[in-house]
Unconditional design. Structure first.
Length: 248
């Protein structure tokens, strides 16, 4: 092959490579995003590789538009408007609750105390029907803040309440008897004992919240166990639910 022929082939190859590069440049037209120090800049890239700034977003999330007619800018603006609308709706939902005045520390908290659910063992062990319910109820009657909604329902005449009060809290107790292992004080050995378990689900209406408490001990110390149980329930109502309740 002559020198001229070789030189001609190189020119053809160079021309082909140039054409390929131009084609790649044409295909590379689109968008380029640059992120630096929390700031985002979006450029439109033409077929020649020239960049045009479309919009930019700073660290605080504020967007500055440089080309309002660009399709990508329009999508960004629409997305931002939707986000702001959702944020405003959520804030609007929270605002009424935050504006409602809270109850004062000594204001009454009206509570519905449902009859306790007894398991089969506890039902058989109960001396007479309703004894356990009265035992639990006794711990709440007369409390200076916690007021049972049905406390005066049997009163009549001038002592009868003039208006119905809606409960802010509901307490649903459950009592059961189970076998457990304990240490015999006389022998120092493990032995089976009968334990009583008091449980309760405490539900607040506004704001919605649910709490659970439990207390257990020897069935022979049933009264002491029920007192500790009631104390736990009162603490949840007064310390966790009470401060968040609206004024009545």
């Amino acid at each position: 092959m002559t020198v001229k022929a070789i030189h001609a082939m190189k020119i053809v190859r160079l021309a082909c490579l140039t054409g390929i590069c131009v084609a790649v440049g044409a295909c590379s037209g689109g968008y380029h995003t640059a992120n630096l120090n929390g700031e985002k800049k979006v450029y439109r890239v033409d077929e020649q590789g020239a960049k045009t700034l479309v919009y930019e977003t700073d660290q605080a999330g504020k967007t500055t538009i440089h080309d309002a007619d660009d399709p990508l800018t329009k999508k960004q603006v629409a997305a931002q408007e939707r986000a702001e609308q959702v944020s405003a709706e959520r804030a609007g939902q929270r605002e009424p609750l935050s504006l409602v005045p809270k109850r004062k520390p000594n204001d009454p908290i009206y509570v519905t105390l449902t009859p306790p659910v007894l398991d089969d063992n506890m039902q058989r062990a109960e001396r007479s029907k309703g004894v356990v319910a009265k035992q639990i109820r006794r711990e709440f009657v007369g409390d200076p803040v916690i007021k049972l909604t049905d406390e005066h329902r049997h009163r009549s005449g001038l002592l009868k309440p003039r208006m119905r009060v809606d409960a802010a809290v509901e307490v649903s107790p459950k009592v059961s008897l189970r076998e457990a292992y304990g240490i015999d004080r006389k022998t120092g050995k493990r032995s089976k004992v009968l334990a009583v378990i008091f449980e309760a689900t405490i539900t607040s209406q506004t704001p919605p919240a649910t709490y659970t408490v439990s207390e257990s001990g020897l069935v022979l110390k049933n009264l002491e166990v029920s007192k500790r149980f009631a104390k736990q329930v009162k603490q949840v109502i007064l310390e966790q639910i009470g401060p968040n309740l609206p004024a009545q």
